[in-house]
Design a binder for this molecule. Structure first.
Ligand SMILES: C[S@@+](CC[C@H](N)C(=O)[O-])C[C@H]1O[C@@H](n2cnc3c(N)ncnc32)[C@H](O)[C@@H]1O
Length: 332
């Protein structure tokens, strides 16, 4: 199975519409199968700005880079693909941009968060509770820690905490206890099938099982890939390296992720009025960004009908102001 056969980029026309506005440097921090990048490059070609633009695609999964290389073959002159973590997006974009398009403005960045359908549906990657595979869950196959390391070494309290915090699973304590008694009685938990069967033993109601499985798998995946740590870093450093009028677009797939993006964007777009009660006429420091999407954009009915993955997707966009406090043109 290849990405091409079934990977549908989520809210692709909305994303391209928000991001591609003039020649310059664009970065896709979550290249995956290259679907969004392909659409962005196509939009640049159609707008006649391809020759003065560069797209830098980043993914921590070397398999994704290989697949995207094939998909973006026709745009090779204007694309540079890098295997790396998007937490380093500012350095990667800075280095390549300076070398390849000196003076080019950083116009747009995309983060389409989480795992790709291809990663989920490849049992050997260990993300799936539907088909058993090794308990892995590393988006970067060379990463240091696997889900098996966590499930087999964390104590009961810590397991319960991460399942509750990152999976929002109410039966976290009972699931953590079941994991630990399995370890005691039967040894190492090493496959996604074993993990799923332990969760099913705790959550007996078939109607609830899928939800609990998704939550437990989500929680482990978040910890294995330090998803909130890298998200915080990329939102800060990515937004800083945009040029004025440059935009950062983020697509998230669960409420914890969307909340983190929303809160960060609100902070970036808020004027600093100093301590309460001082009664200033002007802010101490005007915001450097504006919210392009005060509310998250969600997939339209057509997309919802043909792409189940789009159901939970939320797209948010911010734009760097021309000068803090000044107004930036609203092109969308
Ligand atoms: C939802 S998929 C992106 C799909 C892509 N937009 C497309 O059109 O094919 C997310 C991708 O981001 C990658 N990824 C997730 N977190 C990352 C990180 N911190 N650094 C680099 N890549 C990351 C995953 O490996 C995965 O390939």
């Amino acid at each position: 199975m290849t990405y091409e056969q079934y990977h549908h980029p989520v809210m692709v026309s909305e994303t391209v519409g928000f991001l591609v506005r003039g020649a310059g440097i664009y970065a896709d921090g979550t290249l995956g199968g290259g679907g969004h990048s392909f659409a962005m490059l196509m939009a640049m070609r159609n707008a006649g700005i391809e020759d003065d633009s560069l797209l830098i695609g980043i993914d921590q999964d070397r398999h994704a880079i290989c697949e995207a290389e094939k998909k973006l073959e026709g745009f090779a002159r204007n694309t540079r693909l890098v295997q790396g973590n998007f937490r380093d997006i500012a350095a990667i974009v800075g280095d390549i941009g300076k070398r390849e398009l000196p003076g080019g403005k950083v116009r747009g960045m995309l983060l389409d968060l989480g795992v790709s359908s291809f990663q989920i549906d490849t049992p050997e990657r260990g993300f799936s509770y539907l088909r058993s595979g090794p308990l892995d869950m590393r988006m970067n196959p060379e990463g240091a820690v696997t889900a098996a390391d966590i499930v087999n070494s964390y104590d009961e309290q810590l397991l319960s905490d991460i399942i509750y915090r990152y999976g929002e699973e109410k039966k976290s304590r009972r699931i953590a206890a079941a994991l630990c008694s399995w370890r005691k009685e039967r040894g190492r938990i090493s496959s996604t099938g074993e993990l799923a069967s332990i969760v099913r033993q705790v959550v007996r109601d078939p109607g609830q099982q899928i939800k609990s499985l998704s939550r437990v798998f989500q929680a482990l995946r978040i910890v294995v890939n330090d998803e909130f740590g890298v998200l915080e870093e990329v939102l800060k450093s990515g937004s800083e390296c945009l040029d004025p009028q440059g935009r950062l677009a983020v697509i998230s797939y669960h409420s914890l992720e969307d909340r983190a993006v929303k809160q960060c964007f609100r902070r970036l777009a808020a004027d600093d009025w100093g301590p309460k009660g001082v009664g200033l006429r002007e802010p101490l420091k005007a915001a450097g960004f504006r919210l392009v999407t005060p509310k998250p954009v969600v997939a339209g009915d057509n997309e919802l009908a043909r792409n189940p993955r789009s159901r939970s997707a939320r797209l948010r966009v911010i734009e760097k102001k021309e000068c803090p406090g000044g107004k930036s043109e609203d092109a969308h």
